[in-house]
Design a protein around this ligand. Structure first.
Ligand SMILES: [Zn+2]
Ligand SMILES: [Zn+2]
Length: 235
């Protein structure tokens, strides 16, 4: 009797541990399916070449059984549950990148390593807070789209975002540029020659009929189209 109880406990403990382990590996594969698909690649061969998981084949088989994706010939098609899970993990990864790079000022390499760990542990509530805190950024530090969350569409008053789009800055308010979403490299270059770079401090002078900003001694008129891409933190 005593022994049985002991065995039972051992088994449960091992069961939970293994489950947790597999879950991360399933997440990694879902993330890879998603990111390859963004590059227009959805075939199984490519996935198996790209993954670093030596047991990918058996995990993928289990994932099909779990209704996460299906295959059509060599093509991988995410099913609803898989699509949702992949979307969430990509969102957590990319939001974490922004948080660590822009707020904690970590290097890109450090960011990559940490984001890969954090993407598995952030709860939905924390993810929403991070997104809100960062002003619902549309892209990650590599310019890839961050899948939108519920927080991005419905306005929540409970938490004041730390980072806001520049267009929301009030007249006379001063802010530090946190990041710029580049539409193109040329535009980013042009902005930097004007002194619009992360870390720069600017003041909102006028919002209508066009945006007029002051940066240091310079007064600049900017198109709304450009202002929309600049994210700031009030100082
Ligand atoms: Zn990224
Ligand atoms: Zn959001």
């Amino acid at each position: 009797m005593k022994e049985d109880l002991h065995k039972g406990k051992m088994h449960r403990w091992r069961g939970v541990k293994e489950e947790g382990f597999e879950e991360d590996r399933v997440d990694e594969l879902l993330e890879l399916i998603w990111t390859l698909r963004e590059k227009g690649v959805s075939d199984m061969d490519h996935l198996l070449e790209t993954t670093q998981d030596i047991e990918a084949k058996s995990i993928l088989r289990q994932m099909i059984k779990d209704d996460l994706f299906q295959t059509e010939g060599n093509r991988i098609i995410l099913k609803e549950r898989g699509e949702e899970k992949a979307r969430e993990i990509v969102r957590r990864h990319r939001l974490t990148e922004r948080l660590l790079h822009e707020i904690f000022e970590m290097s890109e390499e450090e960011v990559e390593e940490e984001a890969c760990k954090l993407e598995h542990i952030l709860s939905p509530a924390v993810t929403e807070s991070v997104c809100t805190f960062l002003g619902h950024p549309p892209t990650c530090i590599h310019g890839k789209p961050i899948p939108r969350g519920e927080c991005c569409t419905k306005f929540k008053k409970e938490m004041k975002p730390l980072v806001t789009p520049l267009e929301e800055l009030g007249l006379g308010e001063e802010a530090r540029i946190v990041f710029i979403i580049p539409k193109s490299h040329q535009r980013l270059d042009r902005l930097s020659t004007l002194g619009i770079v992360p870390g720069g401090i600017l003041r909102m002078h006028q919002k209508n009929p066009s945006y007029v900003l002051q940066i240091g001694e310079t007064t600049l008129a900017l198109d709304r189209d450009i202002v929309k891409d600049i994210y700031v933190k009030r100082v």
